[in-house]
Design a protein around this ligand. Sequence first.
Ligand code: SAH
Length: 254
Amino acid sequence: MTGPLTIVGLGPGAPELTTPAVSRALSEATDLVGYEPYLARVPDISPNQLRHASDNRAEIERARHALRLAAEGRRVVVVSSGDPGVFAMAAAVFEAIDTGEPNWRGLDIRVQPGVTAMLAAAAHAGAPLGGDFCAISLSDNLKSWETIERRLEAAARGDFVIALYNPVSRARPEQLARAFALLRQWKADDTVVLFVQAAGTAEARLDVLTLAGADALAADMRTLIVVGSKRTRLIPRDGLTPWVYTPRSEGSPV
Ligand code: SAH
């Protein structure tokens, strides 16, 4: 008997944004594997359930550890925040399978989707992802900064709405400022920019800004940034944060 090994996303933070399928996989697991702060979000189910916490950077090693446990017959759940396929553990597990033990290919691997930060953040603002959009991680742990700049420019030239994950980390304080400087070469100063902190939690905070006025220093590791397209618009409201949306049609009468 082996596995299953299920890779889950807990959603952005609030327990009600964890899907019932994910909660069920968690409750059936003998072993939970993941980055410590994510494991801390999983309620204690039974004293027999083992938790294997690891450092955030050791993704492939963590994936191999989970695969070894599943091959021994444990019911393993690998925990990510948001969605496990978005800048998270699912790809690391498949990379470990691709490059690892031949018998891992026969394991019962399942991926359970979750609400990714981009969707939770967009929902606070209205409907900024109403048209075509893309997501770019600003982390250069796993890719070069040249690649990130090339993709930012391509997204700006294509007039996509751009969701920026991993805008800053302690090791990389200036990258968001560099990304804004690049985007300002291609996008108008009045392009809508959203900073959403702790999206999908009770402490969520939304700031509606412009590209000219956006201050990179205001972002932290729990901020998701949305840079609008030419069509992204505000609906002002007296004393309230404006709604933000991107019309689905190119020809809306606005
Ligand atoms: N798998 C996760 C993303 C991991 S990358 C997902 O699908 O959401 C980590 C980045 O996600 C953070 O630096 C931040 O940009 C974003 N993020 C994660 N949770 C967030 C939240 N609740 N609010 C805003 N941004 C969040």
